[in-house]
Write a protein that binds this ligand. Structure first.
Ligand SMILES: Nc1nc2c(ncn2[C@@H]2O[C@H](COP(=O)(O)OP(=O)(O)OP(=O)(O)O)[C@@H](O)[C@H]2O)c(=O)[nH]1
Length: 312
């Protein structure tokens, strides 16, 4: 994906994650006065958990410090470097942009997530990224539960100049998806991005609806949906992990997008999610603008979260 904005994506990434790295600094403050002992190691571990990085990451950093630096003094900058290195190890295997590779076309991407997670904006941002790569894009308004969701997606389709298949509020989502795949196939569209209803409160209904969409898709193209992307709002912190837990089996999630990393001190949850679930993370959102969603570089991302001297 080309970044036409020069360095500004990197600036937005580091700027957006500053609240997270500042929070890490607050949690670590006052821990570097003496040689590293068990108590300080405990406190460092606790600080990392409080920064939402997850117990596995906290233990990993603790073990590394205990093995190499026990009884010696360390600085905050040194610790941040270690944290960045450990985060990068976890993020590197899961940082995977969404690639368009399905034959026959179109590649069908179902986008799921609870209301307010940034799903609609993410669909628009993904569409924009694919357009930048010269792919033909179509949207399908499969969230038929709310008129506002259909309206909002139409506005984005207009703005981006891409076709959209939408029905009425209360319409049959599977029917819309069926029409969309037929139209996309007939018109040589490369990628069809499908919005879906994000009701978490009723798992059975959600499962039934997604199963129906899948059945209908399978009739037209047995490989579809090619991707099931779960959109998560980073500001919800640990709750984002619960959502993965629920959706991963129910919806057969194939990858994640995490939004709103700019609006929160809880960005560490991206690392906890990567370490616990090991699902591909396709992109991150660091703002409301269309260019604020990008695949991420694991090293930059790790530095931005850890707030290493290089990043600050
Ligand atoms: N700061 C910030 N805001 C974001 C980001 N992504 C989305 N938003 C905002 O979050 C709000 C909700 O986004 P939507 O895309 O409408 O989310 P949705 O999940 O479709 O929500 P509903 O339409 O309410 O179901 C909007 O105001 C977006 O502009 C992001 O990465 N950063």
């Amino acid at each position: 994906m080309t970044d036409t904005s020069g360095n500004s994506w990197r600036d937005r990434l580091f700027g957006g994650l500053k609240r997270t790295s500042d929070r890490l600094g607050e949690n670590l403050s006052g821990l570097f006065k003496a040689a590293l002992d068990d108590q300080t190691l405990d406190e460092i571990e606790e600080a990392l958990i409080m920064t939402d990085l997850g117990p596995a990451m906290a233990a990993r950093v603790r073990d590394r410090l205990a093995a190499g630096r026990y009884n010696r003094e360390i600085t905050e900058d040194y610790l941040r470097e270690i944290i960045a290195e450990e985060i990068e190890k976890v993020l590197a295997p899961v940082a995977k942009p969404l690639e368009i590779e399905a034959f026959p076309r179109p590649q069908v991407i179902l986008v799921i997530g609870v209301n307010g997670s940034g799903k609609t904006t993410t669909i628009a941002k993904l569409a924009n990224n694919f357009l930048e790569q010269d792919y033909g894009v179509m949207l399908a308004a499969g969230d038929t539960f709310r008129a506002a969701a259909i309206g909002q997606l139409k506005v984005w389709a207009d703005r981006l100049g891409v076709p959209i298949v939408a029905g009425k509020e209360g319409g049959d989502a599977a029917g819309i998806v069926f029409d969309a795949v037929k139209q996309a196939t007939a018109t040589g569209i490369d990628v069809l991005i499908v919005d879906t209803a994000g009701r978490l409160q009723n798992k059975t209904e959600l499962m039934d609806e997604l199963a129906k969409v899948r059945r209908v898709l399978g009739r037209l193209n047995p490989a579809a949906p090619h991707d099931v992307v779960l959109v998560l709002d980073a500001t919800t912190g640990q709750n984002a992990l619960n959502q993965i837990e629920v959706f991963k089996e129910t919806a057969q999630v194939t990858g994640l997008v995490m939004t709103k990393l700019d609006g929160t001190a809880r960005g560490g949850v991206l690392v906890a999610a990567a370490e616990k679930y090991r699902l591909p993370i396709h992109a991150i959102g660091v703002g409301e603008k269309i260019e604020d969603l990008r695949p991420f570089d694991p090293a930059d991302m790790a530095k931005a979260i850890a707030g290493t001297a290089y990043a600050r």
